[in-house]
Design a protein around this ligand. Sequence first.
Ligand code: SF4
Length: 488
Amino acid sequence: MSKFRPLAAFDQSGAAPYTLLPFRFTRLDRDRYVASNMAGEYAVLDRTTVEALVKHQLASDTNAYRDLASRHFLIDADSSVGRDLLALKVRTRLSRLSEFTGLHIFVVTLRCEHSCPYCQVSRQSMDTEAFDMTLNTANRALDLVFRSPAPHLKIEFQGGESLLNFPLIRHIIVRAKKINAAQGDRPLQFVIATNLALIDDEMLAFAKEHDILISTSLDGPADLHNCNRPRPGRDSYERTIAGIEKARRVLGHDRVGALMTTTKESLRQPRAIIDEYIRQGFDSIFLRPLSPYGFAVKTKSYAAYDVSSWLAFYFKGLSYIIELNRQGQRFVESYAAIILSKILTPFSSGYVDLGSPAGIGIGAVVYNYNGAVYASDEARMLAEMHDETFKLGDVHTASYEDIFLSDRLLDPLEESVALSVPMCSDCAFEPYCGADPVFHHATQGDYVGRKPTSAFCQRNMAIFRHLIRLMEDDPEVRLIFRSWASRG
Ligand code: SF4
């Protein structure tokens, strides 16, 4: 790596031969450090190099010097180009902030015919139509959607089981397209999140006509899925698989995606879950932990495993997926892809939970069935537990400005700039991390939380370290991860 030279031997005048630009470093493992800067560039250094760098004693004819200069950790004393380039990269990284809210989630009903114990939205039984969104509420929410300055809009339908209120979905899509056409036709996308148990030909024909994406839930092989997702007849898996096949036939293979949730039963079988996704023709999987909201807390599913058990599951799954890629099977772990896009590209992924400031309200917003507006999906799940901290207003009574300039949004946003959060401000992983004020409020009682005991911090820090170590230690993994980063 680098040569260490005492200052006097390098520069007789004592003047620093280079200027350090802002960066932080954190121990990667016993012998190595990871350093990162505001643009998200990173370098892995040994202790000798770190010491030489910070003491302005790194020789300019070394690879380490050239590498650190090209990544904007230092600039030659007489150059300002590096500083300007760093500023440009930081601006590019933050440019998404000016776009404002692109994702608008409509909770069209809380009714559901499943009774999943880990459900995070406190679903209601089938016959309680009081939990359906009305036409009037949907229209008022649509007026707010089209006040957003975002250059791209996405409307996602959630539940409960969203298809139980399909007539309203149909109405919203037709009306949204009409308003959008009158406004000049911004790119507008629709997603229906559904368990697929109730999908029929008429719904699929409508989905085809309006180019709608389907997002479903698949927890793994039949035994696991049916155990996690009980419904009358215990046939959730069979209905989901039949629904996926049917939807792909009509809409096209790539128009159907799936998400899994990790329960205690899942922890033993990461390979079987991944194999199931491959068997069903998916080319990615998002290995997600349970969140501390809704039924997951009431039924104690959330407390059923700790961070280290989930991480062991995640790393086993990731290692299996890497092995598959080495053997020529292209398959992506989506959470790693999101993080890798932050590490390896100048662009921000827009993933709400890893936003800094947080993505709540400004990345995504939720219109609940009853007109309440929440800062995120997790915020409305929290509200189902009678905590309305992140309720931004009501579509029936509040204006766009009331909602998006409310202190209930601006306060957590201000406190969730990770750069200024205790511990995060010194952490080399901060450019890749976020703040998640809803999670910290739910688990620790304030927007910022205490990072040494935060499950969010423990989980993400372990993943950042693991991904960087894997890339540093194995050039083949680095190539695989580069290809994932472009999908993050
Ligand atoms: S939450 Fe943890 S991992 Fe993330 S920036 Fe803060 S200290 Fe680092």
